[in-house]
Design a protein around this ligand. Sequence first.
Ligand code: DC
Length: 242
Amino acid sequence: MFKSVPIFTPQNVQSVKKIIIAIDGFSSCGKSTLAKALAKALNYGFVDSGAMYRAVTLYLIEHGISIQDIAAIEEALTKIQIRFHAGSMGNRTHLNGRDVEDKIRTMEVSDLVSPVAAIPIVRRAMVQQQQEMGAEKGIVMDGRDIGTVVFPSAELKIFVTADPQVRAQRRFLELQQKGQEVPFEEVRKNLAERDHIDSTRADSPLRQAEDALVLDNTDLNQEQQLQVALDWAKERMEVQVL
Ligand code: DC
């Protein structure tokens, strides 16, 4: 049995330390879902770092910039401003003041984002911004290199895994719910390709940090995986719930 999610309030918590929670893993294994839920339960900030690479990708597509044209990408990076805004429809990614949350989740962007995220100047720019966002701690960030490169000293590192077939099924359903009719096989292939590019690229490949805790959620529902992660977080926050 899993306990219900505790609510931390100043009245029932003693000696809470603000920490950084880094969540990494392959595509569509539930990292962002977990990160969002953890941030909500702990009243922490949440950053979906993949959304930042997606926003850069969208910018390049919309401006007809080739991913081979490093000089144009370098120039583009000086003009790209990415922000997250919490609203009634959840956390929304804004690119230069425009809500692009739905656009960055399309297959057009998914097909190009891994090559874009493999470009060192793109990574350098995103990592710098991510480190600034975590300077005050009290943040949950998910991605591929958060525990290894962005926050190597994060107090809690979680490496999320799930069976590839289950991941493809989850992403397929997610796209269907958003009205995007993409064949299952195309979704499965896109995930496999992204996994391959993300874990074999030269710059900051996806890998499990040595001190990361592995969370395999193949057979866990969202509430169950949250409870596992919350227990780990509480240990590191030195929380005493009265
Ligand atoms: O988590 P996601 O599927 O939205 O990520 C989109 C792409 O961005 C993914 O193919 C890998 C890349 N990415 C990365 O290289 N480093 C991160 N910290 C986050 C995402």
